[in-house]
Design a protein around this ligand. Structure first.
Ligand SMILES: Cc1cc2nc3c(=O)[nH]c(=O)nc-3n(C[C@H](O)[C@H](O)[C@H](O)COP(=O)(O)OP(=O)(O)OC[C@H]3O[C@@H](n4cnc5c(N)ncnc54)[C@H](O)[C@@H]3O)c2cc1C
Length: 439
């Protein structure tokens, strides 16, 4: 339902400028001129709405998940780009100098002055901006540098577009539309300020410190934080936080990690983190007592207020982190619904919290199935991957159709598992998932 509401609100933001332009009762123009203006207005509205989508607002990402929010963000960016590219070429009224390759002046739109120059600059910058974002991992060695560039670039393009729309736009000279653009632009810039200035200020008052970092499995670390001078933070099992260890509260060096502890284990926050790049490879050398900040909680992958008769947890690799949080919460709250955890890893050395999982598996209501892709000679459990056949074998019983499913792991595993569960008749609303990568 939250997803439908969000889409309705976004459609509202995008359509509102068109409605205001339509009721502005300007003298009629050729239809292509109207379409050109409409394309420009819709593109600008999308661009401004993008700031809210990427602004870490719980009301937005909390209902549909951060990965879905970010994929929507990427899709909207591409749609805005297409509209921006065609926007100047759709105008039928040629003015300016005749160019040798455009004798009919169909492609010529020259209105001297800063307003058009601002539009032209945004028109050139936006494609470059989207292409750089698509090729982000090849172009930027450090994720933090990309975040800086992305935020500043987006603000610059929005500023140029605001100036262009309000000074050169035929409809935007009307006060209603002028103030709508100005209001939306202000909200966009405030959403940036909220992530990079306001939240860090609130984090300063709620500091944490590293109380332990220990090896959880091959190249995987268990990181425990404890609150400094406050009672901790309230969250739901399965959610995630942006974690900043050892940097200033205003630093962009923060990464998202699912919480592995349970809300019922008051105070402390635990994470299970796999070594991957710049930050995660330094975990082993972070000393006890290092200061830390957390931003969150975020995410919708939680079992709170879910009353399905059973719970299926499907995890791959470090995707076990949110499952541990859920299992720990179920254990701490004495929930006796049947639970089945399917946990895939490449080899036995990658299994996290194996003793704890064995302990849960002793219980009548909990079933833990490990599956190893490249087992050693001593492995006597399931082998292979969590493919369609495997999921059908473990979750194909008729009563399991009504269970709640939580999925987290490599993207291919999650897509495959989702498809099989849907084919088995599980309702889409009963499948929760969070991807660790947005690309
Ligand atoms: C919602 C969510 C929950 C996650 N939970 C866990 C978890 O419980 N355990 C775990 O090991 N990993 C988790 N991850 C993945 C984790 O965030 C990345 O592995 C980590 O950020 C890599 O950082 P790095 O500096 O070591 O690597 P880098 O080399 O800097 O980055 C490697 C990749 O990680 C991603 N990444 C890096 N920084 C950020 C950032 N600030 N925001 C978003 N993505 C970033 C990017 O895709 C980047 O290309 C989660 C990711 C998301 C989105």
């Amino acid at each position: 339902m939250r997803g439908i509401w969000l889409i309705a609100i976004y459609l509202g933001i995008i359509v509102l400028p068109l409605i205001l332009a339509a009721v502005g009762a300007k003298p009629p123009r050729p239809v292509w001129d109207e379409i050109a203006s409409g394309a420009g207005m819709v593109a600008f509205a999308i661009l401004l709405a993008e700031f809210l989508l990427s602004g870490r607002f719980r009301a937005i990402s909390g209902g549909v998940g951060m990965d879905v929010t970010m994929r929507f963000h990427q899709l909207l960016a591409r749609s805005a780009l297409a509209l921006v590219i065609v926007h100047p070429f759709l105008y039928t009224t040629p003015f300016g100098w005749a160019l040798p390759y455009d004798p009919s002046r169909q492609l010529t739109l020259v209105q001297p002055g800063p307003a058009l120059m601002a539009g032209a600059a945004a028109w050139i910058l936006l494609p470059a901006f989207v292409l750089v974002s698509i090729a982000r991992s090849d172009l930027f060695k450090r994720y933090e540098n990309w975040r800086w560039a992305h935020g500043l670039g987006a603000a610059l393009i929005a500023g140029l577009s605001w100036y262009h729309a309000t000074q050169a736009g035929r409809y935007s000279s009307d006060p209603a539309l002028y103030w709508l653009w100005t209001g939306l632009f202000a909200v966009a810039i405030l959403s940036l300020a909220s992530v990079y200035v306001l939240r860090p200020i609130t984090k300063l008052r709620r500091q944490w410190k590293v109380c332990e970092i220990s090896k959880a499995a091959d190249q995987t670390w268990a990181v425990d934080l404890e609150p400094v001078g406050h009672d901790g933070i309230s969250y739901k099992a399965g959610q995630f936080f942006w974690l900043n260890i050892g940097h200033s509260a205003f630093s962009l060096s923060e990464n998202p990690f699912s919480v592995a502890s349970a809300p019922a284990q008051k105070g402390k926050l635990s994470f299970v983190i796999k070594e991957l790049g710049d930050f995660t490879s330094t975990l082993s050398s972070i000393p006890q007592g290092t200061k830390a900040y957390v931003d969150g909680p975020f995410g919708h992958m939680t079992i709170e207020r879910r009353h399905e008769p059973g719970i299926g947890l499907i995890a791959g690799g470090v995707g076990i982190a949110p499952m541990l949080s859920i299992l720990r919460e179920l254990d701490a709250t004495g929930d006796t619904r049947p639970v089945k955890l399917v946990y895939g890893n490449r080899n036995e050395g990658q299994i996290v919290a194996s003793e704890e999982l064995d302990r849960y598996a002793q219980r009548q209501d909990v079933d833990v199935v490990h599956v190893i892709a490249e087992p050693g000679p001593d492995w006597c459990g399931e082998t292979g991957i969590t493919d369609a056949g495997f999921i059908r074998r473990h979750f194909g019983r008729p009563e399991q159709r009504d269970w709640l499913y939580v999925l987290c792991g490599p993207p291919a595993m999650m897509t495959g598992a989702e498809e099989v569960l849907l084919a088995l008749g599980v309702a889409p609303n009963n499948i929760l998932s969070e991807r660790f990568t947005y690309d």
